[in-house]
Design a protein around this ligand. Structure first.
Ligand code: IFM
Length: 487
């Protein structure tokens, strides 16, 4: 999936060009509306579930909210200039549903759409390809009050919203993603409750997953009806690269169950036209899946994807049996509510070795293995890395710079994995670093920094970190340099 829709030439594997990315490879950075925009109550915007959740005491670290965030709503022109200075070829942003259709239904607010028109115009004026994501977790609160994603109507509302945004931006945006990481929306939002709206009901989580799949189908239908034929449609999944801790049948079955509810609950209906039988069996004691109605699967898959977006940060290591006491790495909420219906008895392990500030293990082989698996299972489907990056304890040094060698090492390792996957036949068309700049990291508030650009939240000053300069060099050369010597 490239801006032109053509497949880049296969990369060579000789020593001389092995570190070169294919011609036409898309280099970008990603953000999301609630994480950076701020201006929460401006120009007609009304609360999303993340406004409500972040304003609920005890839900977000430090009581932080996205009210101001990185103030991108007011500073987007400077931010686009920053992207241009870094040489980015593409920018992946998300549209705030609450800004363009505040109650989630009815007519659009033109001032909200104008913001995205201005942002995309600014990107294009700087030669940066806009890549729009319609939904990155910020459901209008009114729709949650009407039932949220567990309610079928939300999928229909999403189709309407997609048509509005497609109509408004279709002349400028060619690359479209319907949903970002629907696993998090469904299972962290309605299962473990660590994300908005904070519900803890496994059946609601499964219903939400189905309605998100249906919402993708509704949005694809709407977008195809209003966009020019050259527009490209994708969805972004955070597929978990699941490893069993041993080859024992019990551990392998634990990995299978996590794969079913972590991955195939989406790839099944989106790409194969069916929910996996084993997932339905694993969750049978919870639900009979009668919320999947006749015609839904056809609607979900009617418009084939032009590409699949993958977000990868860390692999998932599991074994059978109840979790021992101690820190967990599995998205369970306080009170032990599981985001893994059908696999809620599985133990998630912290692999030994280096970790990021999120506590996530640094393991680029997980990205390689994931790309190899998806390429093997989905031949002919172009792939994009729509997010990859790491949080570290960044600080401004006495000279006013921010040096983040760990992030450079992380990025180097993961880009190396992408190169290896490409040279082994994976059709990876682009890479978006998460994130362009520090932002509101959901339940962690501003306590975790994922940006290549440092944000001083008191002054809103932006300082490109050393990783931003390093990444700009990679983008300019289209080539991975030798590994950094320090990490
Ligand atoms: O910040 C998030 C992003 O919104 C979705 N993917 C994972 C990132 C890091 O946690």
């Amino acid at each position: 999936m490239t801006a032109s829709g053509t497949r880049p030439a296969a990369s060579g594997t000789s020593a001389a060009n092995a570190r070169q990315f294919p011609p036409g490879f898309l280099w970008g950075a990603a953000t999301a509306s609630y994480q950076i925009e701020g201006a929460a109550a401006e120009d007609g915007r009304t609360p999303s579930i993340w406004d409500t959740f972040s304003h609920t005491p005890g839900k977000v670290f430090g009581g932080h909210t996205g009210d101001v965030a990185a103030d991108h709503y007011h500073r987007f022109r400077d931010d686009v200039r920053l992207m241009a200075d870094l040489g980015l070829g593409a920018y992946r942003f998300s549209v705030s549903w609450s800004r363009v259709q505040p109650t989630g239904r009815g007519p659009a607010v033109e001032r909200g759409l104008d913001f995205y028109r201005a942002l995309t115009d600014e990107l294009l004026a700087h030669g940066i390809e806009p890549f729009a994501t319609l939904y990155h977790w910020d459901l209008p609160q009114d729709l949650e009050d009407a039932g949220g994603w567990p309610a079928r109507d939300t999928a229909d509302r999403f189709g309407e919203y997609a048509r509005i945004v497609g109509d408004a931006l279709g002349d400028r945006v060619q690359m479209w993603t319907t949903l970002n990481e629907p696993w998090c929306s469904a299972f962290l939002g309605y299962g473990s409750g660590v994300h908005a709206p904070g519900r803890t009901d496994p059946v609601a989580a499964l219903r939400a997953a189905h309605h998100l799949n249906l919402a993708h189908g509704r949005a694809a239908e709407a977008l195809r009806s209003v966009l020019p034929a050259r527009a490209q449609l994708s969805v972004t999944l955070n597929l978990h690269h699941v490893r069993a801790r041993s080859e024992s049948p019990a551990d392998l079955d634990a990995a299978r169950r996590v794969d079913a509810v972590g991955n195939r609950v989406f790839t099944g209906p989106l790409l194969d036209g069916a929910y996996p039988r084993d997932l339905v069996a694993d969750t049978r004691r919870l639900t009979d899946w009668s919320f999947v109605r006749d015609g839904d699967l056809a609607a979900i898959g009617r418009h084939p994807l032009d590409g699949l977006g993958l977000n990868y940060y860390t692999p998932t290591l599991v074994s059978a049996g109840a979790a021992p006491d101690g820190p967990r790495n599995d998205g369970h909420g306080a009170g032990g509510h599981s985001p893994w219906p059908g696999a809620d008895d599985v133990t998630f392990h912290q692999p030994p070795g280096e970790r990021t500030a999120m506590g996530w293990s640094v393991d680029p082989t997980g990205l390689y293995d994931l790309l190899a698996r998806v390429s093997r299972e989905r031949p002919g489907l172009p792939l994009l890395i729509t997010e990859n990056g790491a949080a570290y304890e960044d600080a401004v040094g006495p000279d006013g710079t921010v040096d983040d060698p760990e992030r450079i090492a992380y990025l180097h390792g993961h880009l190396d994995a992408v190169l290896k996957a490409i040279s082994n036949g994976a059709d990876v068309r682009g890479y978006f670093l998460w994130s362009l700049m520090d932002n509101f990291e959901w339940a962690h508030g501003y306590g975790k920094r994922f940006g290549a650009v440092y944000v001083d939240y008191d002054t809103q000053m932006r300082i490109p970190k050393s990783s931003a300069h390093w990444y700009a060099g990679v983008v300019r050369a289209g080539r991975l340099p030798a590994p950094p010597t320090t990490a």
